[in-house]
Design a protein around this ligand. Sequence first.
Ligand code: DGY
Length: 428
Amino acid sequence: MMMKIDKKMSEAAWAILAENDRGGYTVPTAHLYPFQWNWDSAFVAIGFATYDIDRAYRELERLAEGQWDDGMIPHIIFHAPSDTYFPGPEVWGTRHRIPTSGITQPPVFGMALRQVHEAASAAGRPDAVERTRKLFQNALRSHRWWLRARDPEGTGLVSILHPWESGSDNSPAWDEALKRVPTSTKTTIRRKDTGHVDAAMRPRDEDYQRFIHLVDVYRECEWDPARQWEAAPFKIADVQMTGILARSTADLLILAQSLSSPEERGELERMHQVLTEGLARRWRQDLSRFVSRDLVSHRDVEAPTQACFIPLVALTLDDQQRRAIRSEIKRWLDGMVVGVPSTAPFSPAFEPKRYWRGPVWAVVNWLISDGLRMNGSEDLAREIEQGTVQAIERAGFCEYFDPTTGEGLGGGTFSWTAAAYLVLSQRS
Ligand code: DGY
């Protein structure tokens, strides 16, 4: 059955992306997130690719302006000042030519570049090859950074040094590790988020103290990756991050067939092999999920969160794993008005309204359904996509949704939710 594309909703999605445009880049939502965010923008570029290819390229090009000389693409690019967000550039104290944060976010960039390139080629755009080629080099440099800076021991899993890097800031997956991070800060905390959104949906003050403690530690390392790696009180080899990196690497490899040298193709193939092997080792049959590893406590992260399903976007599972994951996802969907919850409803940590502790994110569903489809679960992929589209049609382009009621929560006119709608509503 084809999903019905609602013209009014598509127009509303375009209007949100236009409203959140700040000159070639899109803020996630006004006030709450008033700058360019890394993975938000990459998803938004895929959304733009459904109707405005030039703008899709621009989104990635503006993100690439923030790339550091060492290859890292930061999580926030502060293209223009705003006083509605904390922590701003003065807290990060980085030295890039455009002010940026000092940490990164999931590298959806490579996935987005492939989608944008394919849309541009299908539309016969004469600038496609040249623009893609430049961005391909940005992506490749960023992947090299990931492996060098965040897997210096070559385990095949890349680590996050701050919960904000995961994009799923307040997930129960970080609870144990975050507890070890002191609440003391050298920076005075002036939260702005709770002035825009109900505090009951946001991280707690204590979480913010620990988040800022980590920023203080890394700023004192002068953002040097090797020093940060040594000093990090929070270090998690993350299956969500590695899954996205491995998938982006596969997408870059496809682009590399026509756009790159044999040496770079070989390099990407090696990266892909290392990452997929590392990821495959994180399967826990007893839990029917992939699990991250805490590199400080040397323990598996067993909290049941959406991250456990993200490796599907990068791996070909065997039949036993497919069956196990399918029934695990169905267990999480059971009794929910909309799925997939970001924390399993049977977990004691489940909070259906609080940031990353239960709510449903459209972009997460986009990744999970991609991964399910790649692994032969077309029906479940479609169920999740249709549920997402319907949730947006009912509640609007909110930041996220309460799985138990379908209520829209967080920021109101969210760019990546608009992008997800444009992409998922077009899927057959
Ligand atoms: C925030 O400030 O809540 C962001 O998610 C950090 O990236």
